[in-house]
Design a binder for this molecule. Structure first.
Ligand code: BGC
Length: 393
């Protein structure tokens, strides 16, 4: 499938082999957040029961264990815990505690995300993170989770993909609140960095040893013409703006960097500005280019700039026929293994996603899961590619 194949996979002891998910995409009936609200209005596909992970989590985690995983990245749905400002729902706290204890029982390391795109309706009504005054609501929520569930959280992710969230909600306008206002985007981006920093400080006051990071979607940019100064400059500017700007704002309050790797862009500069070149090669069901070597360059870049431990908090593809997935995972792990052999501190890899999920505005069509979900009766079956984790360990 790929031109530059790596063969060797040798990962250090204690390396985390995991899968990731997010509450709204799998739980079902998250009826108190902004997504659900807009789904009922017909602006977004309905998530409904999603894959009913809320009720079937123990079956899902058992399968994760069976296919050889030793780590899970999940998210806690803020709107379940705090359906109204300052009013906490302790039945939901108990639910997440059960989830975390179930993972512990299975010997699975627990990485927990506090914000994965959705907002409680009451906060969305006040313009969410775009309004600076609301940062404190997130900080309070983080403190609440630290106190109530912190003992059962091994690794923390404050916010998932600040750039994607900013762009989809406030530039491209495809996600709630469907804005196309660059000023809002700017404020949101700035406030997300502040929210991370403040949440991190607050969590550490409660749990001084907490390991806290961010899930950061970085793009591997390459110059179309490697000898072109212009193409090279475009790569440098885009890399700084898209990959490093946010991290530079939070680097002093981050124990590790979580990298979400999906995208590879080849840039060329012409009379009409910077263009993305269309290249030949394998693509996923969502037309995303498959380029495992990009992960190698990205972790090397992060290592050189920040000297922090790195987790791959997401990497995956929509592949309903399961044609590429196995080799895709192996190749990404092989390139990581090469980076590790050169001194880069990569500690784990979370495939996106454990099961098929509600893929946001694309609904249930894209199939990312290691575990296939029959959407008629919600039965679970591991895809063939899921055997890779046992093969390589
Ligand atoms: C997000 C996930 C999403 C995945 C695939 C990431 O950007 O964190 O929520 O499902 O990509 O699109």
């Amino acid at each position: 499938m790929l031109k530059e194949k790596q063969k060797q996979i040798s990962l250090p002891d204690g390396f985390l082999f995991g899968a990731a998910s997010s509450a709204h995409q799998v739980e079902g009936e998250n009826s108190k957040n902004d997504w659900w609200f807009w789904e009922q209005k017909g602006k977004l596909p309905k998530s409904g029961l999603a894959v009913d992970h809320y009720n079937r989590f123990s079956e899902d985690f058992k399968l994760a264990k069976q296919i050889g995983l030793n780590a899970m990245r999940i998210s806690i749905e803020w709107s379940r815990i705090e359906p109204l400002p300052g009013k906490y729902d302790y039945t939901e706290v108990k639910h997440y505690k059960e989830i975390l204890l179930e993972l512990k029982r299975l010997g699975i390391t627990r990485m927990v995300t506090l914000h994965h795109y959705t907002l409680p309706v009451w906060l969305a009504e006040k313009d969410g993170f775009a309004n600076r005054k609301n940062i404190s609501a997130f900080v309070q929520f983080s403190a609440f989770i630290a106190k109530e569930l912190g003992q059962e959280i091994d690794l923390w992710v404050t916010i998932n993909e600040p750039e994607i969230f900013t762009s989809m909600t406030s530039i491209r306008g495809l996600w709630p609140p469907f804005s196309g206002n660059i000023l809002r985007a700017f404020k949101l981006f700035r406030n997300l960095a502040a929210a991370h920093n403040r949440a991190c400080t607050t969590i550490k006051k409660i749990l001084p040893n907490a390991q806290i990071g961010i899930a950061k979607n970085n793009i591997y940019y390459e110059a179309f013409k490697s000898h072109s100064w212009l193409d090279q400059s475009a790569v440098k500017i885009c890399t700084w703006f898209r990959n490093y700007l946010f991290l530079d704002k939070i680097k002093s309050r981050t124990d590790f960097i979580g990298l979400n790797y999906y995208f590879y862009n080849c840039l060329s500069v012409g009379l009409k500005g910077i263009k993305q070149k269309k290249l030949e090669g394998p693509i996923s069901d969502m037309n995303w280019r498959i380029y495992p070597k990009g992960i190698y360059y990205l972790v090397k870049g992060l290592h050189e700039r920040y000297k922090k431990p790195i987790y791959i908090t997401e990497n995956g593809l929509a592949d309903s026929k399961d044609k590429f997935r196995g080799e895709f995972i192996k190749q990404h792990l092989a390139w990581l293994s090469k980076a590790i052999s050169q001194g880069v501190n990569v500690r784990g890899y979370f495939y996106w996603s454990l099961t098929d999920t509600y893929e946001w505005h694309d609904g249930f069509k894209p199939k990312f899961g290691l575990i296939k979900i029959n959407m008629k009766n919600l039965t679970r079956t591991a895809r063939k590619s899921a055997t890779v984790f046992k093969e390589i360990q």
